[in-house]
Design a protein around this ligand. Structure first.
Ligand SMILES: [Fe+2]
Length: 291
């Protein structure tokens, strides 16, 4: 996952929130968007002015032109429509070329190659760094009313690998089914969840480079009263993380020490617990979310 593009009604809130809480560098984009820089890339999250707070694209990166052409052929052969981005749209994204498509549940995706880089590291206001590189910028949750169709599309057409499944019992007695899939050594780049969400993605995960970066971010978020949960550790990727409320109703899982897997030896599991411990609702501890 190279980039996430988020539509936002409150771009100016992100302008303060991204550096102050998340510790990211903000840069103005060509089209009025706000670019959140985490590493040597021009941005990893684009906050795009919009009339609703909804995901515009989870954008996946491939090696080169040839890889994009192969991907388009395979996706079209599966009967999924692909739209080629214009030169102007590619320039806004700072990539050489990209295509856009919807997954079987209507989640917007993009595939691109060759992002413009200046060769410099991001100037992060609180220091530290993020785990990106070959692992991509994190993971997203894609609401998938038809979970089987989504799983089939991402594993058989998009080339993702099945890493784990999970069934969680909700407080209302219902059971929530999840499937975790990956495309690099990060345990999962996408979590497919059977729940429905009118706004699309509600959650993405980013990973700090150290306990110190992680802990300092947790402290800033706690101080600002934007924690959704306290600390916890998930059973699938074994990440140490917490959740925080972001402008416009988005949520970010901020983690550290996420598990990396080797497909040569990995065996998928069907997990019955979401976490080893933690994730107490922050509200119960006196924290109040921003939204
Ligand atoms: Fe997550």
């Amino acid at each position: 996952m190279g980039v996430v593009r988020l539509g936002s009604t409150v771009v100016d809130e992100w302008r303060r929130f991204a550096p102050d809480i998340l510790g990211m560098q903000v840069v103005d984009g060509l089209d009025g968007s706000l670019l959140l820089r985490m590493d040597e890339r021009p941005y990893r999250i684009a906050i795009v002015p919009d009339d609703t707070d909804r995901v515009l694209a989870s954008a996946f990166e491939v090696r080169d032109r040839k890889a994009l052409d192969v991907a388009v052929r395979e996706i079209e052969a599966a009967g999924v429509a692909v739209k080629h981005g214009t030169a102007e749209e590619a320039a806004i994204r700072q990539v050489e070329a990209f295509v856009a498509l919807d997954d079987p549940n209507g989640n917007p995706l993009e595939i691109f190659y060759s992002q413009a880089v200046d060769g410099l590291q991001a100037q992060l206001p609180h220091g530290g760094g993020f785990v990106t590189g070959a692992l991509g910028c994190g993971h997203v949750v894609l609401p998938s009313a038809d979970l089987d169709a989504a799983f089939d599309f991402f594993t058989n057409v998009m080339g993702f690998r099945h890493r784990d499944s999970m069934a969680i019992n909700l407080p209302n007695g219902a059971s929530l089914r999840l499937r975790f899939i990956g495309c690099n050594a990060r345990h999962h780049t996408i979590a497919l969840t059977a729940s429905q969400s009118p706004q699309g993605l509600r959650h993405m995960m980013i990973e700090a480079d150290s306990i110190q970066t992680f802990g300092r971010t947790f402290a800033r978020a706690r101080e600002a009263g934007v924690l959704k949960t306290e600390l916890g550790q998930h059973s699938n990727d074994e990440v140490l993380s917490f959740y925080l409320f972001c402008p416009g109703g988005y949520e970010i899982e901020f983690g550290v020490h996420g598990r990396q897997v080797d497909d040569a030896t990995w065996l998928t599991r069907d997990l019955t617990q979401l976490s080893f411990w933690g994730y107490w609702p922050a509200a119960a501890l006196g924290q109040v979310g921003a939204k």
